[in-house]
Design a protein around this ligand. Structure first.
Ligand code: PMV
Length: 291
Protein backbone atom coordinates (compact mmCIF):
# COMPACT_ATOMS: atom_id res chain seq x y z
CA UNK A 1 0.00 0.00 0.00
CA UNK A 2 1.26 3.47 -0.84
CA UNK A 3 2.33 5.65 2.09
CA UNK A 4 4.43 8.78 2.31
CA UNK A 5 7.34 8.94 4.76
CA UNK A 6 9.20 12.21 5.16
CA UNK A 7 11.90 13.20 7.61
CA UNK A 8 13.08 16.57 8.92
CA UNK A 9 16.17 17.46 10.99
CA UNK A 10 16.40 18.95 14.47
CA UNK A 11 18.43 22.07 15.19
CA UNK A 12 20.69 23.80 17.67
CA UNK A 13 21.03 27.51 18.27
CA UNK A 14 24.77 28.20 17.97
CA UNK A 15 24.23 31.82 19.03
CA UNK A 16 21.45 34.28 19.78
CA UNK A 17 18.47 32.43 21.28
CA UNK A 18 16.08 34.77 23.14
CA UNK A 19 17.80 37.81 21.57
CA UNK A 20 16.24 36.78 18.21
CA UNK A 21 12.80 37.28 19.78
CA UNK A 22 13.75 41.00 20.07
CA UNK A 23 14.99 41.31 16.47
CA UNK A 24 18.67 40.72 17.26
CA UNK A 25 20.70 38.39 15.04
CA UNK A 26 21.14 34.67 15.76
CA UNK A 27 22.69 31.60 14.12
CA UNK A 28 21.06 28.16 14.11
CA UNK A 29 22.09 24.91 12.49
CA UNK A 30 20.33 21.71 11.42
CA UNK A 31 21.75 18.62 13.14
CA UNK A 32 21.72 14.91 12.35
CA UNK A 33 18.99 13.42 14.54
CA UNK A 34 15.74 13.48 12.54
CA UNK A 35 12.02 12.99 12.98
CA UNK A 36 10.37 10.51 10.57
CA UNK A 37 6.65 10.85 9.82
CA UNK A 38 4.54 8.43 7.78
CA UNK A 39 1.12 9.53 6.58
CA UNK A 40 -1.51 7.33 4.96
CA UNK A 41 -4.85 8.33 3.47
CA UNK A 42 -7.62 7.19 5.78
CA UNK A 43 -11.18 8.15 6.53
CA UNK A 44 -10.48 7.58 10.21
CA UNK A 45 -8.95 10.41 12.17
CA UNK A 46 -5.34 9.83 13.24
CA UNK A 47 -4.49 9.24 16.89
CA UNK A 48 -1.32 11.26 17.34
CA UNK A 49 -2.40 13.22 20.45
CA UNK A 50 -0.17 16.08 19.33
CA UNK A 51 -1.52 19.59 18.83
CA UNK A 52 1.17 20.11 16.16
CA UNK A 53 0.04 17.08 14.13
CA UNK A 54 -3.66 17.92 14.56
CA UNK A 55 -2.94 21.42 13.25
CA UNK A 56 -1.06 20.01 10.23
CA UNK A 57 -4.13 17.98 9.16
CA UNK A 58 -6.45 20.93 9.85
CA UNK A 59 -4.24 23.30 7.87
CA UNK A 60 -4.16 20.91 4.88
CA UNK A 61 -7.91 20.17 5.21
CA UNK A 62 -7.53 16.36 5.05
CA UNK A 63 -7.77 13.30 7.28
CA UNK A 64 -5.35 10.44 7.53
CA UNK A 65 -3.37 8.19 9.80
CA UNK A 66 0.07 9.14 11.00
CA UNK A 67 3.07 7.35 12.50
CA UNK A 68 5.93 9.32 14.07
CA UNK A 69 9.40 7.93 14.74
CA UNK A 70 11.58 10.54 16.42
CA UNK A 71 15.31 10.39 17.11
CA UNK A 72 14.98 13.79 18.84
CA UNK A 73 14.06 14.19 22.52
CA UNK A 74 11.01 16.44 22.89
CA UNK A 75 10.89 19.65 25.00
CA UNK A 76 14.67 19.81 25.11
CA UNK A 77 15.50 22.72 22.79
CA UNK A 78 16.42 20.65 19.73
CA UNK A 79 13.44 21.75 17.65
CA UNK A 80 11.50 18.49 17.70
CA UNK A 81 8.07 20.16 17.43
CA UNK A 82 9.15 22.10 14.33
CA UNK A 83 10.64 18.95 12.78
CA UNK A 84 7.38 17.05 13.47
CA UNK A 85 5.31 19.84 11.85
CA UNK A 86 7.57 20.20 8.81
CA UNK A 87 7.77 16.43 8.19
CA UNK A 88 4.01 15.92 8.74
CA UNK A 89 3.03 18.76 6.40
CA UNK A 90 5.45 17.43 3.75
CA UNK A 91 4.13 13.87 4.07
CA UNK A 92 0.51 15.09 3.78
CA UNK A 93 1.52 17.25 0.79
CA UNK A 94 2.93 14.15 -0.91
CA UNK A 95 0.30 11.57 0.08
CA UNK A 96 -2.62 13.82 -0.87
CA UNK A 97 -1.02 15.23 -4.04
CA UNK A 98 -1.05 18.83 -2.80
CA UNK A 99 1.46 21.02 -4.55
CA UNK A 100 2.88 23.24 -1.80
CA UNK A 101 6.46 24.44 -2.25
CA UNK A 102 9.04 24.12 0.58
CA UNK A 103 8.75 27.88 1.34
CA UNK A 104 5.00 27.43 1.83
CA UNK A 105 5.55 24.36 4.02
CA UNK A 106 8.01 26.40 6.17
CA UNK A 107 5.48 29.25 6.51
CA UNK A 108 2.64 26.87 7.41
CA UNK A 109 4.81 25.10 9.99
CA UNK A 110 5.74 28.46 11.51
CA UNK A 111 2.06 29.50 11.71
CA UNK A 112 1.31 26.19 13.49
CA UNK A 113 4.20 26.67 15.98
CA UNK A 114 2.98 30.18 16.68
CA UNK A 115 -0.61 29.05 17.23
CA UNK A 116 0.30 26.13 19.50
CA UNK A 117 2.84 28.27 21.45
CA UNK A 118 0.29 31.07 21.87
CA UNK A 119 1.95 33.67 19.64
CA UNK A 120 5.51 33.24 20.89
CA UNK A 121 7.81 31.67 18.30
CA UNK A 122 10.50 32.78 15.92
CA UNK A 123 10.66 31.24 12.43
CA UNK A 124 14.11 29.81 13.25
CA UNK A 125 13.24 26.17 13.99
CA UNK A 126 10.82 25.72 11.09
CA UNK A 127 13.21 27.39 8.59
CA UNK A 128 16.17 25.29 9.68
CA UNK A 129 14.12 22.09 9.69
CA UNK A 130 12.73 22.76 6.18
CA UNK A 131 15.94 23.82 4.45
CA UNK A 132 18.71 22.30 6.64
CA UNK A 133 22.22 23.78 6.94
CA UNK A 134 23.28 26.91 8.73
CA UNK A 135 20.87 29.85 9.00
CA UNK A 136 21.41 33.47 10.05
CA UNK A 137 18.27 35.10 11.45
CA UNK A 138 17.52 38.77 12.08
CA UNK A 139 13.94 39.71 12.86
CA UNK A 140 11.82 37.99 10.24
CA UNK A 141 14.61 37.74 7.66
CA UNK A 142 16.46 34.45 7.26
CA UNK A 143 19.57 33.79 5.23
CA UNK A 144 21.30 30.47 4.57
CA UNK A 145 25.03 30.60 5.27
CA UNK A 146 27.66 28.44 3.57
CA UNK A 147 27.85 25.16 5.51
CA UNK A 148 30.63 24.67 8.05
CA UNK A 149 31.63 21.53 9.81
CA UNK A 150 31.77 22.02 13.59
CA UNK A 151 32.72 19.28 16.05
CA UNK A 152 29.80 19.59 18.42
CA UNK A 153 28.68 17.59 21.42
CA UNK A 154 25.08 18.00 22.56
CA UNK A 155 24.32 17.40 26.24
CA UNK A 156 20.73 16.77 27.27
CA UNK A 157 20.14 17.69 30.92
CA UNK A 158 16.98 15.50 30.89
CA UNK A 159 15.22 18.44 32.57
CA UNK A 160 12.25 19.22 30.31
CA UNK A 161 11.64 22.86 29.56
CA UNK A 162 8.80 24.93 28.22
CA UNK A 163 9.85 27.38 25.52
CA UNK A 164 6.81 29.67 25.86
CA UNK A 165 7.39 29.93 29.63
CA UNK A 166 11.07 30.80 29.22
CA UNK A 167 10.30 33.44 26.56
CA UNK A 168 7.75 34.97 28.94
CA UNK A 169 10.28 34.94 31.78
CA UNK A 170 12.74 36.98 29.68
CA UNK A 171 9.94 39.41 28.75
CA UNK A 172 9.19 39.91 32.46
CA UNK A 173 12.87 40.30 33.33
CA UNK A 174 13.25 42.91 30.59
CA UNK A 175 10.19 44.80 31.79
CA UNK A 176 11.45 44.86 35.40
CA UNK A 177 15.10 45.62 34.60
CA UNK A 178 15.19 47.32 31.18
CA UNK A 179 18.48 49.10 31.76
CA UNK A 180 20.21 45.81 32.52
CA UNK A 181 18.44 43.47 30.09
CA UNK A 182 18.43 45.63 26.98
CA UNK A 183 22.24 45.97 26.87
CA UNK A 184 22.49 42.22 27.55
CA UNK A 185 20.25 41.45 24.55
CA UNK A 186 22.33 43.88 22.47
CA UNK A 187 25.51 42.15 23.66
CA UNK A 188 24.12 38.75 22.61
CA UNK A 189 23.47 40.25 19.16
CA UNK A 190 27.09 41.48 19.10
CA UNK A 191 28.34 38.00 20.03
CA UNK A 192 26.43 36.60 17.02
CA UNK A 193 27.89 39.25 14.70
CA UNK A 194 31.40 38.53 15.98
CA UNK A 195 30.82 34.80 15.38
CA UNK A 196 29.91 35.55 11.75
CA UNK A 197 33.51 36.74 11.27
CA UNK A 198 35.07 33.64 12.83
CA UNK A 199 33.08 30.73 11.42
CA UNK A 200 36.24 28.74 10.64
CA UNK A 201 37.96 29.39 13.98
CA UNK A 202 36.60 26.86 16.48
CA UNK A 203 38.65 28.26 19.36
CA UNK A 204 37.26 31.76 18.86
CA UNK A 205 33.73 30.37 18.45
CA UNK A 206 34.22 28.56 21.76
CA UNK A 207 35.13 31.84 23.50
CA UNK A 208 32.06 33.47 22.00
CA UNK A 209 29.84 30.57 23.12
CA UNK A 210 31.15 31.01 26.66
CA UNK A 211 30.21 34.71 26.54
CA UNK A 212 26.79 33.90 25.09
CA UNK A 213 26.17 31.42 27.90
CA UNK A 214 27.04 33.96 30.60
CA UNK A 215 24.74 36.54 29.01
CA UNK A 216 21.87 34.04 28.89
CA UNK A 217 22.46 33.35 32.59
CA UNK A 218 22.00 37.07 33.28
CA UNK A 219 18.60 36.88 31.57
CA UNK A 220 17.55 34.17 34.03
CA UNK A 221 17.23 31.26 31.60
CA UNK A 222 20.02 29.16 33.09
CA UNK A 223 19.56 25.98 35.08
CA UNK A 224 21.91 24.42 37.65
CA UNK A 225 22.09 21.13 35.73
CA UNK A 226 22.87 22.94 32.45
CA UNK A 227 25.65 24.94 34.19
CA UNK A 228 27.05 21.68 35.53
CA UNK A 229 27.19 20.17 32.02
CA UNK A 230 28.72 23.35 30.55
CA UNK A 231 31.47 23.40 33.20
CA UNK A 232 32.14 19.66 32.79
CA UNK A 233 32.47 20.07 29.00
CA UNK A 234 34.90 22.98 29.37
CA UNK A 235 36.96 21.11 31.97
CA UNK A 236 37.19 18.12 29.58
CA UNK A 237 38.79 20.32 26.92
CA UNK A 238 35.92 21.84 24.90
CA UNK A 239 36.79 25.18 23.29
CA UNK A 240 33.52 26.53 24.70
CA UNK A 241 30.03 25.53 25.78
CA UNK A 242 26.63 27.14 26.22
CA UNK A 243 23.01 26.30 26.72
CA UNK A 244 21.09 25.95 23.47
CA UNK A 245 17.43 26.79 22.93
CA UNK A 246 15.10 28.29 25.47
CA UNK A 247 16.99 27.15 28.61
CA UNK A 248 15.56 26.43 32.05
CA UNK A 249 16.67 22.83 31.37
CA UNK A 250 16.86 21.22 27.94
CA UNK A 251 20.18 20.96 26.14
CA UNK A 252 23.64 22.51 25.97
CA UNK A 253 26.25 22.35 23.22
CA UNK A 254 30.03 22.20 23.37
CA UNK A 255 32.39 22.95 20.47
CA UNK A 256 35.44 20.71 20.74
CA UNK A 257 38.70 19.71 19.13
CA UNK A 258 37.84 16.58 17.08
CA UNK A 259 40.03 14.25 19.17
CA UNK A 260 38.32 15.34 22.42
CA UNK A 261 34.71 14.78 21.36
CA UNK A 262 34.31 11.47 23.16
CA UNK A 263 36.07 12.77 26.30
CA UNK A 264 33.70 15.77 26.40
CA UNK A 265 30.68 13.50 25.82
CA UNK A 266 31.88 11.21 28.65
CA UNK A 267 32.30 14.16 31.01
CA UNK A 268 28.73 15.29 30.29
CA UNK A 269 27.33 11.77 30.77
CA UNK A 270 29.05 11.49 34.14
CA UNK A 271 26.74 14.32 35.31
CA UNK A 272 23.55 12.20 35.00
CA UNK A 273 22.88 13.49 31.50
CA UNK A 274 22.84 12.15 27.93
CA UNK A 275 25.37 13.24 25.33
CA UNK A 276 25.88 12.67 21.62
CA UNK A 277 28.23 14.14 19.10
CA UNK A 278 26.81 15.70 15.99
CA UNK A 279 27.54 18.01 13.10
CA UNK A 280 25.71 19.94 10.44
CA UNK A 281 22.94 18.34 8.40
CA UNK A 282 22.89 20.22 5.11
CA UNK A 283 19.70 18.48 4.02
CA UNK A 284 16.34 19.77 5.18
CA UNK A 285 13.04 17.94 4.91
CA UNK A 286 13.25 14.95 2.55
CA UNK A 287 11.24 12.02 1.28
CA UNK A 288 12.33 8.65 2.62
CA UNK A 289 12.22 5.44 0.59
CA UNK A 290 9.09 3.36 1.25
CA UNK A 291 9.84 0.45 3.58
O1 PMV B 1 13.24 25.76 22.71
P1 PMV B 1 13.76 26.06 21.39
O2 PMV B 1 14.94 25.32 20.96
O3 PMV B 1 12.72 26.10 20.31
O4 PMV B 1 14.40 27.52 21.45
C1 PMV B 1 13.67 28.64 21.57
C2 PMV B 1 14.51 29.77 21.16
C3 PMV B 1 13.95 31.14 21.56
O5 PMV B 1 14.81 32.10 20.98
C4 PMV B 1 14.00 31.29 23.07
C5 PMV B 1 12.53 31.35 21.09
C6 PMV B 1 12.37 31.40 19.59
O6 PMV B 1 11.22 31.15 19.13
O7 PMV B 1 13.34 31.75 18.88
Amino acid sequence: MKVATWSAPGKVFLFGEHAVVYGKPGIAMAIKPRVFVTVRKSRMAHHAKSPYIDSCFDEMGVRGSVYVNSQLPSSSGLGSSAAVSVATLSAINDEFGKKYRPEEIADMAFAIEKKVQKGRASPTDTTVSTFGGLVFITGTSRRRLPPHHFNLVVGNSLVQHNTAKMVELVAEMKKTNPRICEPVLDAIGEVTLAAMHHMTDAQKLGDLMNMNHALLDVLGVGHPQISRLVLAARAAGAYGAKLTGAGGGGCMIAICPKHLKSRVAGAIESCEARAFSTSIDTEGVRKEKDA
